[in-house]
Design a protein around this ligand. Structure first.
Ligand code: ADP
Ligand code: MG
Length: 682
């Protein structure tokens, strides 16, 4: 069985000695080398400009355009010293991935020569043509103006020779055309709402930030094998392929030792990610063969989102250098685990309190309970929104499958927390709140120190689990932009907190008969304004989602049809012809009875191939016809539903016959790399 039918390109890497790009330095030394971070701002900006920037970043102060020139000058000096010649506004349109258009610093100097120029105007705002990006039909092409605007809360960074400036992308009339503008609005909303609630407990709180620690899962496949699989190449997943005899049933991959070639890739990736300021912390094998995970230390959500987008594109680049291809698709292979991106999320205050962590005093625990309950409230009320925020054509393959969080957003709290909440619900108001922190557990092995046991169990399948000091939103797909889930979650929680404050203020007013509470800030127009804008943003995203869904299924249908007709059926037919001539040869040599007996197995195979190929052909035709019908539907929503109901179900039927053929056709003529070849990096 172990024939190597395809050239494994990356074999050579095992023999090559590894040369780290910065051999003499520790990660702490090159961390952030390519980022215009605080340390560089301090060095390259005038003192007053530096202070203003810090105020903008830390306190959300408005960026004063008059300092933009000075900031741009400092950035340019630093960038040019690092070999940079171009700059780009880096943004996150509603497609996957990021977009960029590079411009050079070069300008005529008016004396026949050139100078490097970069002004505040170029830093702050640009006008890329927005008509080629999805907008959910909110604008037609004749009003294609879109603006990218610098987001000073996420630092600029260098990729190769280009200075990348994180920006939001908005339309002429202010609607979001990207993931980042709604995210920033949601983060603003949760900050205001949570800060107000914190004031019941601690009036000195100035700001509440949302934290995100993502865990990125991915598959690696050898480049040579990848190139021989048009389905992987064009859709990111295998549309066919029989299970490998061995896959993950031995549970021997999870946390297993990392193959040498993969370790080399990971090291290279981590060095480059750390240089870009991504605080990579954890790496390990995942459950499925060839599946791995990378997780950084959590960061403020906006920055963490940018870092995840950056990491995904970095992974693709570094993988190519190691003759791998990285698969970020949620379900690249049938029958084994898919990939997710757990979003560990919490809120914390500017004075360092984690609002989702239990405290030491009853008051702290009351605050803890408020934030836990209101988070659950938000998730409960906006379940549909949260589901929509993580749903995609690709993630749908993983959600609900046995390894992954179910397709309903429910929450797992752990025994102790459930008891605490029950206790609050039933208890007298004056009853004290207590939450046990980590408890000691004595082992019967004297050499081993006492272990600290968390007060939550692990529950791997809950899509939204409380894990001690944070919630883990696990339904997010590996390929997704976390901004979508984070926008939904933070808005949902913001709304719950606003409503909480309104009710508390009303109660206080009732008790105190003090009219000032009845118009508490929970009623203030600023909340309504924020929430209205968010609703608009979310509405605009919806048609984009439908359209993306349809397009993905459309591409898959085409690829599956093509592969069926020009790989599978011809190969199976060729093998069938070989069998036929064998049968004829038998008949020529042996008496009829004997020949029939000897050819019985081949006859059965010939028949089976005939039946399966003709079924495949019929199904492909049905697929094409179903597409023609669906393509005529005008509404993006209805078209997506048609693709889901009438086209996608055919994939499995076609695949079923193809996978059966894979089992019987001679291995040496099967043109596609099989699962056993794709899934085991040697
Ligand atoms: P797991 O055991 O679930 O894989 P890890 O310890 O690897 O969890 O952490 C997963 C992620 O959660 C990391 O990015 C980590 O920094 C992040 N994290 C830890 N505490 C918090 C918190 N309070 N808020 C948000 N993220 C957090
Ligand atoms: Mg986890």
């Amino acid at each position: 069985m172990e024939t190597l039918r395809f050239q494994v390109v990356g074999e050579a890497f095992k023999k090559k000695p590894l040369v780290p790009s910065t051999p003499d330095e520790r990660p702490s030394a090159y961390y952030g080398k390519k980022v215009f971070n605080r340390e560089k701002m301090y060095r390259y900006l005038p003192k007053n400009v530096y202070e203003k920037m810090i105020d903008v970043m830390d306190n959300g102060a408005q960026l004063d355009r008059s300092i933009a020139d000075a900031v741009a000058a400092g950035m340019k000096q630093w960038a040019v010293e690092n070999g940079v010649t171009h700059y780009t506004h880096w943004f996150q349109p509603l497609t996957e991935g990021t977009a960029e258009k590079h411009d050079s610093f070069i300008e005529h100097d008016g004396k026949g020569g050139m100078v490097e120029e970069f002004t505040g105007k170029l830093l702050v705002q640009q006008e890329p043509d927005a008509s080629s990006f999805p907008s959910g039909g909110i604008r037609s092409t004749f009003e294609a103006r879109g603006y990218s605007a610098w987001d000073p809360t996420s630092p600029v960074f260098i990729i190769d020779d280009t200075l990348c400036i994180p920006t939001v992308f908005i339309s002429y009339s202010g609607e979001a055309l990207d993931y980042k503008a709604p995210l920033l609005r949601a983060l603003h909303a949760v900050n205001i709402a949570a800060t107000d609630v914190c004031h019941y407990f601690d009036p000195s709180v100035k700001k509440v930030v949302s934290n995100l620690g993502w865990e990125q899962e991915y598959f690696l496949v050898d480049e040579g094998l990848y190139a021989a699989r048009p389905d992987l190449l064009l859709t990111g997943r295998t549309l066919m392929g029989h299970d490998s005899a061995k896959n993950q049933q031995m549970d021997d991959h999870y946390f297993g030792s990392i193959p040498e070639r993969v370790a080399a890739f990971m090291r290279d990736l981590e060095i480059q990610a750390l240089e870009l300021g991504i605080p990579c912390k954890t790496r390990h094998n995942e459950v499925a063969p060839n599946q791995f995970e990378l997780a950084p230390i959590f960061e403020e959500t906006n920055l963490a989102v940018d870092h995840n987008m950056l990491l995904m594109s970095l992974m693709k680049r570094v993988a190519r250098k190691h003759s791998f291809r990285v698969l970020l698709h949620e379900k690249p292979f049938d029958g084994i685990n898919g990939s997710g991106k757990h979003n560990n999320w919490s809120l914390s205050t500017d004075n360092g309190i984690l609002l989702h962590a239990p405290g030491k005093t009853p008051e702290q625990n009351l605050r803890f309970a408020v934030f836990i309950v209101e988070t659950l409230m938000g998730v409960y009320r906006h379940n549909g929104l949260l589901k929509a925020s993580i749903m995609s054509a690709t993630n749908a393959h993983r959600l609900g499958a046995n390894e992954a969080p179910p397709a309903i957003i429910s929450s797992f709290l752990g025994r102790q927390l459930t008891e605490l909440l029950d206790h609050i619900e039933l208890a007298d108001k004056d009853d004290l709140l207590s939450v046990a922190g980590k408890q000691g557990m004595k082992l019967d092995i004297p050499e081993i120190p006492e272990l600290l046991i968390d007060n939550t169990d692990r529950n791997r399948t809950s899509p939204f689990a409380f894990t001690g000091n944070r919630f883990e939103f696990r339904a997010v797909g590996s390929e997704a932009n976390c901004a979508s889930a984070m926008t939904a979650l933070n808005s949902a929680v913001a709304e719950a907190l606003v409503s909480f404050k309104q009710r508390v203020d009303a109660k206080i007013a009732e008790y105190s008969k003090d009219s000032k509470y009845s118009e508490g800030s929970g009623h203030s127009p600023k909340y309504h304004a924020i929430i209205d804008v968010l609703r608009d943003d979310i509405k605009a995203c919806k048609p984009v989602k439908w359209e993306t869904y349809t397009k993905k299924i459309q591409i898959e249908a085409r690829v599956l049809g093509d592969l069926s007709m020009n790989h599978i059926i011809p190969v199976a037919t060729r093998y069938q012809s070989q069998l036929l001539s064998n049968v004829q040869n038998m008949a020529a040599i042996f008496p009829a009875d004997k020949a029939a007996q000897l050819s019985a197995r081949n006859m059965k195979l010939i028949e089976e191939i005939a039946e399966r190929t003709s079924k495949i052909e019929c199904l492909v035709e049905e697929l094409v016809n179903a597409r023609k019908v669906a393509n005529k539907i005008a509404s993006e929503h209805d078209k997506a539903v048609a693709y889901h109901d009438t086209i996608e179900p055919k994939f499995d039927e076609i695949r079923y016959h193809i996978d059966k053929l894979e089992l019987i056709v001679d291995d040496s003529c099967w043109t596609l790399p099989k699962y056993r070849e794709l899934l085991f990096i040697r």
